[in-house]
Design a protein around this ligand. Sequence first.
Ligand SMILES: Nc1nc2c(c(=O)[nH]1)N[C@H]1C(S)=C(S)[C@@H](COP(=O)(O)OP(=O)(O)OC[C@H]3O[C@@H](n4cnc5c(=O)[nH]c(N)nc54)[C@H](O)[C@@H]3O)O[C@H]1N2
Ligand SMILES: Nc1nc2c(c(=O)[nH]1)N[C@H]1C(S)=C(S)[C@@H](COP(=O)(O)OP(=O)(O)OC[C@H]3O[C@@H](n4cnc5c(=O)[nH]c(N)nc54)[C@H](O)[C@@H]3O)O[C@H]1N2
Ligand code: SF4
Ligand SMILES: [Mo]
Length: 766
Amino acid sequence: MPMLRRMAELRDSNVTATQSTANRPTGSRTTYRTCPLCEATCGLSITERPDGRFTVRGDDQDPFSRGYLCPKGVALGELHSDPDRLRTPLIRRGRTWTEVGWDEAFAEVERLLTPVLAEHGRDAVGAYVGNPVVHNLAASLYGPVLMRALGTGYRFSASTVDQMPKQVSSGLMFGTELSVAIPDVDRTDYLLVLGANPMASNGSLLSAPDLPGRLRKLRRRGGRLVVVDPRRTRTADIADEYLPIRPGTDAALLAAMAHTLFAEGLADPGHAGPHLSGLEELPGALRPFTPEAVAPVCRIPAETIRRLAHELAAAPTAAVYGRIGTTTAGFGTAASWLIDVINTLTGNLDRPGGVLWPKPATGSPNTAGEPGRGRGARIPGSRRTRVRGLSSVFGEFPAAAMAEEIDTPGPGGERLRGLFTIAGNPVLSTPNGERLAAALETLDVMVSLDAYLNETTRYAHVVLPAPSPLARSHYDLVFTSFTVRNVANYSPPSVPLGAHERSEAEVLLRLASIAAGGGASVEQMDALVAAETARRLVADPSSQVFGQDPDELLAAVSGRRFEDRMLDLMLRGGPYGGLSLDVLEKEEHGIDLGPMEPRLPEVLRTPSGKVELAAPQLLAEARRLAGWLEEQREAEGGLVLVGRRQLRSNNSWMHNVPLLSGGSNRCTLQIHPDDALRIGADDGSGVLVRSRVGEVRATAEITATVMPGVVSLPHGWGHGRPGTRAGVAAEHPGVNSNALTDEAPVDPLSGTAVLNGIPVEVLAEP
Ligand SMILES: Nc1nc2c(c(=O)[nH]1)N[C@H]1C(S)=C(S)[C@@H](COP(=O)(O)OP(=O)(O)OC[C@H]3O[C@@H](n4cnc5c(=O)[nH]c(N)nc54)[C@H](O)[C@@H]3O)O[C@H]1N2
Ligand SMILES: Nc1nc2c(c(=O)[nH]1)N[C@H]1C(S)=C(S)[C@@H](COP(=O)(O)OP(=O)(O)OC[C@H]3O[C@@H](n4cnc5c(=O)[nH]c(N)nc54)[C@H](O)[C@@H]3O)O[C@H]1N2
Ligand code: SF4
Ligand SMILES: [Mo]
C-alpha cells in the first residue's frame, strides 16, 4: 500500500513534471504564455512542432514561476487538440444537434431570445458565469457587457459556490470586494491553513506558482506549517502539524482562538493599530466562544486551540489562510472575517510575512478614487430573489437559487425562462445540480458559450464554441489582485484562431448587441466600451492618466481592438507609471513589480477610512454563530460529506484530456475504516450515498486519511450522459457529488452554498 501510494505520488508529482526549456526540436516555433488553468499563473513555453502537436514546458525565464508547471499545464497541448472540443456553433432541435455557421447561430439566438424579453421582461432571462471566465481576459471584460445589455437582475456565477464569503468579509472590513489580504508565504514564519489543499489545488485567493515548493521552503527556513482539515491531505503530509476538524466548524474554532488572544492579553495589532475601528467591540462579541465551549463541537482539544493562539501571537510573523473548506460552509463569511481578525490581533495585518494587499498593474477598486476612503461594501445588496427572497451580493444572486427560479413559477407565471451560460457547468458544480438539470430542460431559450458539449450545455438551444486557450490574448486581470508578488505578464495568442473560431470578445459583443435590441455592430459596441473605460480612467484622481483628454488616450491605443485595447487602457491608467501593452509585449516572460508592500491606510475604501473589525453585519454573524454553537451540543453525529480536489483534475471540465485521466484521478467515496466496518463496505465495493436531495452509487475507497464520521467525494464528475460529447471522460464517468449537496442552506451574507459537511447516509450495496 505505501509503495502504491508512493507511485501515485510520483506520477502526480508537480516536481517531476518540470522540465527545462532547453533542447527544443528544430523547425518548431515557441511562444510564452501564462497558464489559464488555475490561479497559480505559471509561465509556460509552448512549442508547436512540425507535426502540429505541442510541447508544453515551464518557462524558466518567467520571473514569478521560474520554470514550474503541473500536469495540467502540460496537458494544455492535448486540450488544444482534443477532437471533442467544440469548433463550430451548434443548434439543437429536440435531441438533434446541427453544426451551423456563426450568422445562423446568432440568428437563432435572436429568434428565441427576442420574444421572451418582449413578453416577459428583462428579469425572465438570467446568466450564469463560470470559473474559467476569471482566467480569460476577453470573457472577463466583455461578459459584463452582455450582462448589462441583458439588463437582468438574475446574474449568477461560480463565486457563490466558491470564494464569495471572503469577498464579503474583505469588502466590509477593507472597503472593496477585491481587497483580500494575501498571506505572504515567501516571508512568513508561521502559516495556519484551514480548508485548503494547495498540494492539489496549487492555491486559491493566493496566487503563487509552485506553492508546494514555497511551503517546503517555509519549513526549510525554520517556519511552521499547520493544517486544519477533516482529511489528512497531501498538504497535511508536508506540514509540521495536522489537526482534523469536524466539517463546518472552522468559524467556531477561529472565534475561540480570537477569544483566547483577548482573554490572555495577547492581542496587539502592531502598526495597523491606528487604522482600526471596532477593536473594543470584539471581546464582547467573542465571549461565548471559550475554547472549552468550542472544543467538543470542532473536535479540537481546548488546550490545542489555546496553543494555536499562543503560537500565532508569538511567531515573529504569521498568517492565517482559509479556502474552500472555510468558505463553502454555513458560516463562511464569519470564518473569513475571523481569519483576518486573528491576523490583525497578532500584528500581522499589513506586515511583511503576515497578510498584505497586492497592487495590480491594471488597477483595482482599492487603487482607484480617493486613497484611504471610499463607499465601502453594501451588504446585503438591494435585490431579493423571487422565490426564496435571498439577497443579492455584489450585484449577483446565489447560484443555489438558480433551479428554483426556473422551476417555481410565481402567481402570474413569472419565472426564469431563459439562461445564458458562459464557461460554466452548473449541473455538476452547484448544489442539487440534478434539480437544475431538470429545470434547464424547461427553458424557452438557453445559450451557452463553452468549450464542450457537457452535462450543462447539452440543454442549450444554441452552443457557441470558445476558441482554444492557445488562440487568445491572456493577462491575469483578476489574479494580479491575489499574487504574492506584484507581476505583469501579457501573452499574445500562441496560434491564430481556427477557421471557424471567433474571439470571445466578438461573440460576447454580438450577443450583447442582440440582447440590447440589435442594431449596433461589434465594432461600434467595442468602441463604446473602450471610450467608457477611457472616460472613467481620466476622471479618476488616482489614475496615471488623470486629467488627460480621453480622445488622446484612445488615440494612443487606436491600433488595437477588443481585449488588447482595454488592457492597454487599463495598464496606462493603472497605479504604475510607464506601463502599457507595448512595454509588456517586449517582455515576453513578464515583469516583476516587486514584493507585496504595506499599504495601510491608502488601500482602504471604507467610509470611515478605518479597517472595520466589527461591522454590524459581521457582529450579527457572531451572534448567529453563538446560537448555533449552543444547538450543536445536542447535535447527533451521523456521517457528513466533504469534497476534495485532485491534482490532475480541474473542476468538471478537463476529464476529457487523456494525459489527465485514469490513475489516482478517480471519483471514489473515501471512507474511514471504522465507518466502513460499521456499514459493511469493502475497499472497491459499491456504496449507495443518500442525502436530503438525492442519491448516487459510488465506489468505496477505505482510507484513514478521512476522519471518522466524514466521507469525501470529489466534485465535477458524473459524465457520459446522452447528448454530451466527451468520449474520454465518458470512459471514467464518476458520479455527481452535487447530486447530494443541498441548495437550501446558504451562508446568509454571501449567499454562498454549503458544499461541505452535508449529512449523508451510506449503505453497502448488496
Ligand atoms: N488540481 C486542481 N486544482 C484546482 C482546482 C481543481 O479542480 N483541481 N480547482 C481550482 C479552484 S476553482 C479552486 S476554488 C481552488 C480551491 O483550492 P483549495 O481550497 O485549496 O482546494 P480543495 O482541494 O477543494 O481544498 C479544500 C479542502 O477543504 C477541506 N474541507 C472540507 N470541509 C472542511 C471544513 O469544514 N473545514 C476545513 N478546515 N476543511 C474542510 C477538504 O477536505 C479539502 O482538503 O482550486 C483550484 N485549483
Ligand atoms: N461539491 C462541490 N461543488 C463545487 C466545488 C466544491 O469544492 N465542491 N467547487 C466550486 C468551485 S470553487 C468552482 S470555481 C465551481 C466551478 O464551477 P463552474 O465554473 O460552473 O464549472 P467548471 O467545471 O469550471 O466548468 C467550466 C466550463 O467552462 C468551459 N470552458 C473552459 N474554458 C473556457 C473558456 O475559455 N471559455 C468558455 N466560454 N468556456 C470555457 C468548460 O468546458 C466547462 O463547461 O465549482 C464549484 N462546485
Ligand atoms: S499549477 Fe496551475 S497555472 Fe501552473 S501549470 Fe498547473 S494548472 Fe497551470
Ligand atoms: Mo473555484
